[in-house]
Design a protein around this ligand. Sequence first.
Ligand SMILES: *[C@@H]1O[C@H](CO)[C@@H](O)[C@H](O)[C@H]1NC(C)=O
Ligand SMILES: *[C@@H]1O[C@H](CO)[C@@H](O)[C@H](O)[C@H]1NC(C)=O
Ligand SMILES: *[C@@H]1O[C@H](CO)[C@@H](O)[C@H](O)[C@H]1NC(C)=O
Ligand SMILES: *[C@@H]1O[C@H](CO)[C@@H](O)[C@H](O)[C@H]1NC(C)=O
Ligand SMILES: *[C@@H]1O[C@H](CO)[C@@H](O)[C@H](O)[C@H]1NC(C)=O
Ligand SMILES: *[C@@H]1O[C@H](CO)[C@@H](O)[C@H](O)[C@H]1NC(C)=O
Length: 370
Amino acid sequence: MIRALLRVALGAVLLRPAAAAAGCPLRCECSEAALTVKCVSKDLQGVPTGIPGYTRNLFITGNQIGRVGPESFRGLENVTTLALSNNRITEIQSQTFSSLRSLRSLDLSSNQLVLVHPEAFSVPSRTLRELNLSRSLYNHSSVSDLATSLRWSTLAGLQGLDLSGNGLVYLPDRIFSHLSSLRRLQLANNSLVAIHKGTFSGLDLLEELDLTVNSFKTLTAGALQELDGLPRARLQMSLNPYTCACGIEPLVSWLNASRARVADSERLVCVFPAGLRNTSLLGVADLPLGCHQAEEGADLALQTSYVFLGLVLGFVGLMFLFVLYLNRKGIKKRVYDMRDACREVWEGYHYRYEIDSDPRLSQVSTTADM
Ligand SMILES: *[C@@H]1O[C@H](CO)[C@@H](O)[C@H](O)[C@H]1NC(C)=O
Ligand SMILES: *[C@@H]1O[C@H](CO)[C@@H](O)[C@H](O)[C@H]1NC(C)=O
Ligand SMILES: *[C@@H]1O[C@H](CO)[C@@H](O)[C@H](O)[C@H]1NC(C)=O
Ligand SMILES: *[C@@H]1O[C@H](CO)[C@@H](O)[C@H](O)[C@H]1NC(C)=O
Ligand SMILES: *[C@@H]1O[C@H](CO)[C@@H](O)[C@H](O)[C@H]1NC(C)=O
Ligand SMILES: *[C@@H]1O[C@H](CO)[C@@H](O)[C@H](O)[C@H]1NC(C)=O
């Protein structure tokens, strides 16, 4: 009897650590059946300790966690989905997630990242499939850090990357070059103005590219070539401030030829100039954009200048004739004078010739000379 009691008491003592291990961190809700732990909007200053090992889905969102590092997620080998959105995280250290051996989906959206260390997103055996960095950068300045960590972290298995809403002004060269499995890339709601050669290199398997709500006024032939380097990708490009002037022409003819790939081709409209606002880009080919007008204008200017030159020459000619007419008497006199002078010269010459050719006269003259 006493033995039995002792065994129960001992069992309780022995069981307590096990119960604690299977317990739940303060201010979190744990469901062993759903393999889920939630610590949502609880003003937590750091990642709580004591998260049970069975956890597959871990939601630590809406708190005040400033920084995460390698010590934050030790021993959570079964976590496949980790949501850390809305936590005011400013720094992610290298190897922060490297103990999460099963991690497939990482949501870091709505944070304020200033420091993203190289290898910040490294996860062993390349299990990570989805990375959400929507509205996660404090400002555009963090983009070069981000580019480095996208290259240095082992993300060869990544299939979805959300970089929307980060105020990105440009994309560093080859930022995605190590993401060779990427299928979906969200770049919506940034401030991109151009796509450079090499921006999308390495994305051979890309199936979706969202470029809506950026600052593209047009896309150059080079940018369109870069998009053509993603042959499988369905593109979304509406809600940009397209400017329907000369430079839009390559985009318009490319769009017409690429309708099948551009999911929202019908919704690409001119935003500037005001007179063409809301005109479909697909209809712009039929409009006078000003480019040809400029050429025609130049032709016209040239023609006008020829006509003007002709008129001036004609006028000068007329003036010349008029001056001649006014001086007709003086000219007549001068012509007569000239004629008389000529005649005198001629006659003088003629006379001398006759003298020279008459032998008698020449003899006379020679004897006379003697
Ligand atoms: C992870 O899950 C497996 C199988 O469900 C289990 O055997 C293992 O103990 C779990 N890991 C931890 C740290 O609890
Ligand atoms: C990323 O997170 C944002 C905000 O939390 C969400 O709206 C968006 O759908 C997520 N992106 C993906 C690809 O799931
Ligand atoms: C981004 O924020 C950092 C830190 O506050 C600041 O030094 C930098 O000038 C900001 N960059 C931009 C482009 O606003
Ligand atoms: C776009 O991003 C800004 C922050 O960069 C955010 O305030 C805004 O709500 C976002 N808009 C959409 C439509 O997602
Ligand atoms: C648009 O493409 C069609 C063929 O797909 C072609 O017949 C038409 O001329 C093109 N229009 C313009 C303006 O390039
Ligand atoms: C633009 O056109 C669409 C339909 O073509 C219409 O629904 C929308 O109200 C127009 N927007 C403006 C600002 O005119």
